[in-house]
Structure formats: structure tokens, C-alpha cells
Design a protein around this ligand. Sequence first.
Ligand SMILES: NC(=O)c1ccc[n+]([C@@H]2O[C@H](COP(=O)([O-])OP(=O)(O)OC[C@H]3O[C@@H](n4cnc5c(N)ncnc54)[C@H](OP(=O)(O)O)[C@@H]3O)[C@@H](O)[C@H]2O)c1
Length: 244
Amino acid sequence: MKIYGLIGENLSHSFSSRYFNEKFLKEGITYACYKNFELKNISEFPQLIRENNLSGLNITIPYKESIIPFLDKISDEVKEIGSVNTIKNINEKLVGFNTDIIGFEKSLHTLLQNKKTSLILGNGGVSKSIQFVLQQLNIQFKVVSRNSDLDYHNITEDLIKESDIIINTTPLGTHPNINSYPEIPYKYLNSKHLLYDLVYNPEISQFLKFGKKYGTQIKNGLEMLQIQADESWKIWSSDFNLNL
Ligand SMILES: NC(=O)c1ccc[n+]([C@@H]2O[C@H](COP(=O)([O-])OP(=O)(O)OC[C@H]3O[C@@H](n4cnc5c(N)ncnc54)[C@H](OP(=O)(O)O)[C@@H]3O)[C@@H](O)[C@H]2O)c1
């Protein structure tokens, strides 16, 4: 049996385990299963690897960056952005990849039209993937972070009005804390904006509810999540011949 799984801090509401196990059932993949592995601290990772014969892993909040020192090799994209969401065990060597990039890019594709500017809320693991994609698409971006000059208190009316896309990469609004949201001046939004929330549970977060109230286009994180999961599976199920 090949064991795949997800590591993160709190996985009680995670999507991946159900998604993969349903996929295995539907597609008659009887040699694989997918489990959750909650880690209180990333320092527990080596023990997890020692005690389990794992073929592949997904990584979620808050370990996408802190996992990197534990890996034997990382893809070129990971070298550039410093965030891993997929690990493949290749001959006992752990190799890190990032499928959030392709997940975000594909899910944004049809919504771009003439959008040229964006505001990214949060500067954690997945935010780095979003920044990478926007750069490749030639979409200007500014990052709002609690620890930078551009924090939530100095988002101006002009900044909101000049940002075609506003992307929430913070966990604010995720179940069970569904009443929380990034504190931006929503009243300056209009129908030209796209609000993209990486949160997928609930389907319409408080952030997206504000978008709806002011007539923006909205998009939640479900499609991105499905695409990044499928891309992880492509990595796990294909033959790699890496010189490790
Ligand atoms: N839909 C998808 O496919 C998909 C894929 C990946 C992740 N996600 C979701 O995206 C979210 C972030 O994941 P991640 O892996 O990037 O997590 P992460 O590495 O922990 O980063 C989250 C960032 O959000 C900001 N943040 C956290 N708590 C906050 C608060 N109370 N107020 C304001 N900002 C706060 C912080 O940025 P600053 O310190 O810079 O303010 C933090 O670095 C999670 O909800 C995750 O489920 C969705």
C-alpha cells in the first residue's frame, strides 16, 4: 500500500483527505490511501518520516516554508519562491514541489480580461506562489502584511480603486472562524474589481460577502485547491528520474 498524506498544524477541516480517498475509490486505485498527519511543530517532521513509509505528502498552513530545510532536493520554482506544498519520496529522498502555482494560475486564467494591477493580502507561504504567478502574468501587485510598511491601517481609497484584483491569502474567514475577514476599506470597491479568496470553506467567506455587497466579481479557492491536488497526484504517480 502506498501511503500519501497531508501535514499541517490543524487538519480537522481539511479538504485533501476526503478528495484523495474519494478519487482513489472512484478511479479504482486500490494501492493507495491518504491520511492526515497533524504536527504541533515542524521539528516533529523527521520522526514522522522515520516512523511511516510515506510515498508523498502535501503541506499546508503553517509549514510550507519551514519544511524546506528537511528536504533533499527542491524544484526550480520552489528555489525561487521558497514555498513547498507537495513532497515526493523518490528512493528515500524527499523532493519538494509547488503545485499552488499552477492551481492559482489556471483558476485565474478566465477571469483576467483587462486586469493589470492587484493587491495581495498576507505574505505567508501561499502568498509567495501568488506573487510568482502575477509576476509571470505581468500583473503588478502590492503585498499587504501586518509586518510591513503597507499594513491594513494604511490601505487608502486610492489603493483600493487602483487595484483591479484583491486576493486574500490569509486564513481569515476560514471555518470555524467564519466571521473574521481582512480589514480593508471595502466601501471603495465597485463592479470593476475581482475579489479572489483562497479560502474555500465556507464557500462564500465574509471577505467575498463584502465583495458581493459592493458588486464585485468574486472567486473562492475551491477550483485552485482541486487543480493543485490533481497536479500533486500527477507528480506522485509519474516516474521521475532525478539525479539525487
Ligand atoms: N485554495 C487553495 O488552493 C489554497 C492553497 C493554499 C492555501 N490556501 C489557504 O490560504 C491560507 C494561507 O495559507 P498559507 O499556507 O499561506 O499560510 P501561512 O504560511 O501561515 O500564511 C498566512 C499569512 O496570512 C497572514 N495572517 C495570518 N493570520 C492573520 C491575521 N489574524 N490577520 C491578518 N493576517 C493574518 C500572515 O501574513 P502577514 O504576517 O504577512 O500579515 C500569514 O503569513 C489558508 O487559509 C489556506 O487554507 C488555499
